[in-house]
Design a protein. Structure first.
Length: 405
């Protein structure tokens, strides 16, 4: 009996003590978490980054790229991947008390790519919820690459071709919410294909025929229409560290001359950015799918087929390396701040093309693995170097003046 009494007293005293100790540990952990959370501050630019931002927003930038007036720029609107370093310039100005805007511009690159455009818009209709606009555009791309159709094309078959296009496009875009835009595009496109000017490679017609490259010898003019929806809640579109973007677009091209090259295309894009701590570390993900389909007796021209390869899709192979009527790619990056104005990234890409959507498979994707360096401000990436391998075609180096995605 005395032993039972002692045991009962010990249990009576010990159980509350254990419960108190457990409560104390829980309170301690909660206090530590609160202290850690209080130490996480919003992203603050460092000295070097602040200097770059002042340079971007300062007097020199306002002088060479003013909101209104004559401007010059590194790169230009509609500059394609692979054009090389380019410069643009023109004139832009608000009209009618900012109810309308006009922009005239041109651009050229070291590889002799050229662009001329004129744009007129009414960007602030209905309390800035509706934009109407029309754009006239001329493009000349003299060194476009083609390796042949399909996922089994050979790097040794690389050829060069010239693409020229005159385009007139109208647009209507509605801002349903700050993070949601829906709209429609209608336009007319008159393309032309010719011999490429890249002396390192044969011209397209010397290596492929009409079966491998539909539309090689005959190019109709097209009338097209598109409907799209775009959800975008990224914190900074030029250098996202949180949020996401999801876009879907459906476009139809009508062959106005030959009745042979009418087709439809579907574009799906998914981007997600997951920050860690105070946004100095970020997981970035991207998935994209582009599918085209032609009716009976029609084909999708080779120069309008989706491609995989290069600095924005699959970094283990060259730009435009794979081309077919269907394409998909997946990208994942872990980005971290080394010091102010410089981020590094470890990344992996996966991509594939196929003649039919049913042949796209996660088991047959071409991989890429690599490391990247991004010189940036909080708002934009202004210089990027990516090094990758994994595609069976050696080490690939990409030096770009823009973000990966």
């Amino acid at each position: 009996m005395p032993l039972l009494i002692v045991a009962a007293l010990a249990a009576t005293i010990g159980f509350p003590a254990a419960a108190v100790a457990q409560d104390t540990r829980a309170e301690l952990l909660e206090r530590l978490r609160a202290e850690k959370a209080s130490q996480l501050k919003p992203y603050e630019a460092g000295r070097l980054e602040r200097w770059v931002m002042r340079a971007e927003d300062g007097r020199l930038r306002r002088l060479i790229t003013p909101h209104n007036g004559f401007f010059v720029s590194l790169g230009y609107t509609h500059k394609p991947v692979g054009a090389g370093i380019g410069f643009g310039g023109g004139f832009r100005h608000d009209l009618f008390d900012r109810r309308a805007r006009i922009e005239l511009g041109a651009g050229s690159s070291f590889r002799n790519y050229q662009m001329v455009r004129a744009d007129f818009s009414l960007p602030r209709l209905f309390d800035e919820r509706l934009e109407l606009g029309v754009e006239a555009l001329y493009r000349r791309h003299p060194q476009e690459d083609f390796y042949g159709p399909g996922p089994d094309s050979s790097e040794a078959d690389r050829v060069s071709y010239l693409f020229k296009g005159r385009e007139l496009q109208g647009r209507a875009i509605v801002a349903v919410a700050p993070w949601l835009r829906v709209g429609t595009l209608v336009g007319h496109l008159a393309p032309s294909i010719g011999a490429g000017t890249d002396a390192r490679f044969p011209t397209l017609e010397a290596g492929f025929d009409q079966r491998a490259a539909p539309g090689l010898f005959e190019q109709p003019s097209y009338a097209y229409g598109e409907a799209f929806a775009d959800v975008d809640y990224r914190d900074e579109p030029g250098n996202a560290r949180a949020g996401g973007r999801y876009r879907v677009g459906l476009r139809k091209y009508g062959d106005r001359d030959l009745d042979r090259y009418g087709f439809r295309s579907l574009d799906l894009l998914f981007q997600q950015f997951v920050p860690l701590f105070d946004k100095k570390r970020v997981f970035a993900f991207q998935a994209a799918l582009v599918g085209t389909s032609a009716g009976e007796g029609h084909q999708v021209p080779f120069y309008m087929q989706p491609t995989v390869g290069g600095s924005r899709t699959l970094r283990s192979v060259a730009d435009y390396r794979f081309r077919d009527t269907h394409a998909m790619w997946l990208n994942a990056e872990y980005r971290w701040e080394v010091f102010s104005a410089l981020d590094m990234a470890l990344f992996t890409d996966w991509g594939q093309v196929a003649p039919r959507g049913s042949e796209l498979s996660l088991s047959n994707l071409t991989p890429a693995y690599g490391i990247g360096f991004r010189f940036n401000t909080a708002q934009a990436v202004f210089f990027r170097v990516d090094v990758a391998t994994g595609g069976g075609e050696g080490l690939q180096l990409f030096v770009k003046f823009n973000r990966a995605f």
